[in-house]
Design a protein. Structure first.
Length: 289
C-alpha cells in the first residue's frame, strides 16, 4: 500500500529469512508471519498482478521432529564429514546439515520439501542464498569434524548467530584435500571442509564449485514440477551453465561508491559468462545507504 500511495512500481515482494520459524527452511513464523495472513497477502499480490519470492537456504537445522531433517536423515541425503557422519556446519538456525544434491534421491526430497512450502503460501519463485555453501564455522579451514557439544549451547544465549558455537576439530592435519600442495591461501574457511564427502565418494574439494549449481538444478526442476511453468530463481553462488537454471545477484556488497562502481563491472562480466539476468543490491547490503 505504501508503494502504491507513493507511486512507486512494485513488481515483486521479496521476503528474507525473518519469515521463517526460528530460521528453519520450509516454515513460517507462527507469530509474525502466520500462514493464514501470509497466504492472504500473497493472494492479494497475485490479484494485483504482482509476485512473491521468499528466500531459502540449503542448510537444514538439526532437530528431530523437523520434517526436512527427519526425511533427509531417513534417506541418508546429507553430506558426510571425513569420519562418515553428517558434516555439521552452522548457519542462521544453528547447527545444520547440508543436502547432497549429487545424491540420486535428493531431487525427490527437495521437491517434496518445496511442495509442502508452496502449499503454505504459493511463491512465484525462490531466492536461494548461502549456497557456496556458507558456514559460520570452520574459521581456520581445518574444521574437518564439528559437533554441537559446547556447554553454553548453540547458539549461546546472547551470542551473535554468526559467531561459531560448534566445537570443530582437526582429525588429520596432513590431509591433502584440506592442505593441498598448491595452497592458494583461501584455506577453505567459512564453508564445508574440502575433505567432506558427497555421494559416490566425491570430495567437496572436487565438487565445491558445483554445490550452488546442483541446488539450482534441483530447485528449478522442483518448481517446474510443482507449478507447471517456467520458474524464477535467484542465486548467490554460480558456476558454468547457471544462466540456464537461474538468475543471479552479486551478493553482499556495501553501500559505498567503490562497490557501486564494481557492481557495474560484475554485471557486465556475468553477461559474458552466460548469465543474462544478473543484478546487484544497488543501494548496498552492508552499511547505511
Amino acid at each position: 500500500a505504501g508503494y502504491a500511495a507513493a507511486g512507486i512500481p512494485l513488481d515483486t515482494q521479496w521476503m528474507d529469512i525473518d519469515y521463517m520459524q526460528n530460521y528453519k527452511d520450509f516454515t513460517l513464523d507462527s507469530v509474525n508471519f502466520p500462514q493464514a495472513e501470509v497466504s492472504s497477502f500473497v493472494s492479494q499480490l497475485h490479484a494485483n498482478g504482482q509476485h512473491f519470492v521468499p528466500i531459502i537456504d540449503p542448510g537444514i537445522f538439526i532437530q528431530e521432529g523437523y520434517t526436512a531433517y527427519d526425511e533427509g536423515m531417513e534417506k541418508d541425503l546429507f553430506i558426510k564429514d571425513m569420519q562418515g557422519t553428517g558434516y555439521m556446519g552452522q548457519v542462521w538456525p544453528g547447527p545444520t546439515y547440508f543436502p547432497d544434491f549429487l545424491h540420486p534421491e535428493s531431487q525427490d526430497y527437495w521437491t517434496t520439501q518445496l511442495k509442502t512450502f508452496w502449499n503454505m503460501c504459493e511463491p512465484d519463485g525462490l531466492w536461494i542464498d548461502m549456497n557456496e555453501v556458507s558456514n559460520f564455522c570452520n574459521n581456520d579451514g581445518m574444521g574437518q569434524v564439528c559437533a554441537n557439544t559446547a556447554s553454553s549451547g548453540c547458539p549461546a544465549p546472547g551470542a551473535s548467530q554468526t559467531d561459531c558455537c560448534l566445537e570443530c576439530t582437526t582429525v588429520d592435519a596432513h590431509n591433502i584435500l584440506d592442505q593441498p600442495p598448491y595452497n592458494i591461501q583461501n584455506d577453505g574457511t567459512k564453508t564445508m571442509s574440502p575433505s567432506a564427502v558427497q555421494y559416490g565418494n566425491v570430495s567437496v574439494y572436487d565438487a565445491h564449485n558445483l554445490y550452488g549449481l546442483t541446488e539450482q538444478i534441483a530447485t528449478n526442476k522442483a518448481l517446474v514440477d510443482i507449478r507447471g511453468k517456467r520458474p524464477f530463481l535467484l542465486t548467490r553462488s554460480s558456476f558454468l551453465s547457471t544462466g540456464v537454471h537461474s538468475a543471479k545477484w552479486t551478493g553482499d556488497n556495501a553501500a559505498t561508491w567503490n562497490d557501486l562502481k564494481s557492481s557495474i563491472v560484475s554485471i557486465m562480466d556475468f553477461n559474458l559468462f552466460g548469465i543474462p539476468m544478473i543484478g546487484a543490491d544497488i543501494c548496498g547490503f552492508i552499511y547505511d545507504t
